[in-house]
Design a protein around this ligand. Structure first.
Ligand SMILES: [Zn+2]
Length: 307
């Protein structure tokens, strides 16, 4: 059997025994280390590799099973906004290497840490509303995904998508060209729809029928809204479910960006999500290694089996 099929089976076996913990935010952590507003987070794979690696290591120490590469915006169309399209190969390659280095340094005998390639939206609008053509989007994601695969990721997590057509293009690029496991996640607003008007029921059904190994929701307006979204997805879905809430809607306090949801509150929600039947739990914007550590401590004894 091919390597990626074996890894997919291994992850599925683990998921069938109990939930797996995914890491927290990368972008907002990089901001803590000095990444400027509007600066390209993924560019830090080249300019500040040690910081990216250290953030991965902090999450592994906090108890995660899966870390996400710093490649959320590392598709060529998105990188072009920062005049970094030419660095697509280098940025994605370095990202996987930094994740792998972190796993190697924090390796423990008891537990295998998986590396998920993070893939996010282009930031552009698809036709017919915008100028971006569907085949261009497909090619854009294919390029990124093939680099991530070649560098040795274990699975793909498509996250923070609003447009069903765009995430479908990314999903197809994975499914038609690799054997990688792929989880597809969208971002929902207070009305339980994406800003493109896609409701959570439709998102789960369509993504599952397009071959996603798991579906879910991430980012947005905090864990309470995501709980409602995931209740609906749970009703219509027959596949694995993933949730990565952010730490609430950020506020500016004395010039600093503050995410209002504390690690303790987040851990309380994590427990609710496990009880709801979520298979993969992590954190999005504003979550830190401390959030993940407290979630891990809270749910490990109750729900997580020994790997
Ligand atoms: Zn987020």
């Amino acid at each position: 059997m091919k390597k990626n099929i074996i890894i997919k089976e291994e992850i599925k076996q683990k998921l069938n025994k109990g939930p797996l913990l995914i890491d927290g935010a990368m972008g907002t952590m990089l901001q803590k280390y000095g990444l400027g507003q509007g600066e390209c987070s993924e560019g830090w794979n080249i300019s500040h590799p040690q910081i990216v690696e250290n953030i991965h290591r902090e999450y592994i120490k906090a108890g995660v099973d899966i870390i996400l590469t710093n490649t959320f915006g590392a598709n060529r169309i998105k990188l072009n906004n920062f005049n970094k399209g030419e660095d697509t190969l280098k940025i994605n390659k370095l990202a996987v290497n930094l994740a792998r280095e972190a796993v190697k340094k924090e390796r423990s005998k008891e537990k295998r840490i998986f590396i998920a390639g993070s893939v996010g939206p282009t930031g552009k609008i698809l036709e017919p509303y915008g100028e971006l053509k569907k085949d261009e989007v497909y090619k854009n994601y294919l390029e990124q995904i093939l680099i991530l695969e070649r560098e040795g990721i274990d699975l793909v997590i498509l996250e923070t998508f609003y447009d069903l057509e765009e995430i479908k293009a990314a999903l197809r690029a994975v499914k038609e060209n690799t054997d990688l496991m792929v989880i597809a996640s969208m971002t929902f607003d207070k009305n339980l729809k994406t800003i493109y008007g896609v409701d959570s029921k439709k998102a789960a059904k369509v993504l599952e029928s397009e071959g996603a190994d798991g579906v879910g929701a991430n980012c947005g307006t905090g864990p309470d809204i995501l709980y409602e979204v995931m209740k609906i997805m749970k009703k219509v879905s027959n596949t694995y479910l993933m949730v990565e809430p952010n730490a609430g809607i950020p506020e500016i306090v004395e010039g600093r960006v503050i995410y209002p949801i504390s690690p303790e509150i987040m851990a309380m929600y994590a427990e609710k999500f496990v009880r709801l039947g979520m298979h993969l739990i992590g954190g999005c914007c504003g979550t830190t290694p401390l959030h993940i550590k407290i979630i891990s401590d809270r749910i490990k004894n109750k729900f997580l089996k020994k790997n």
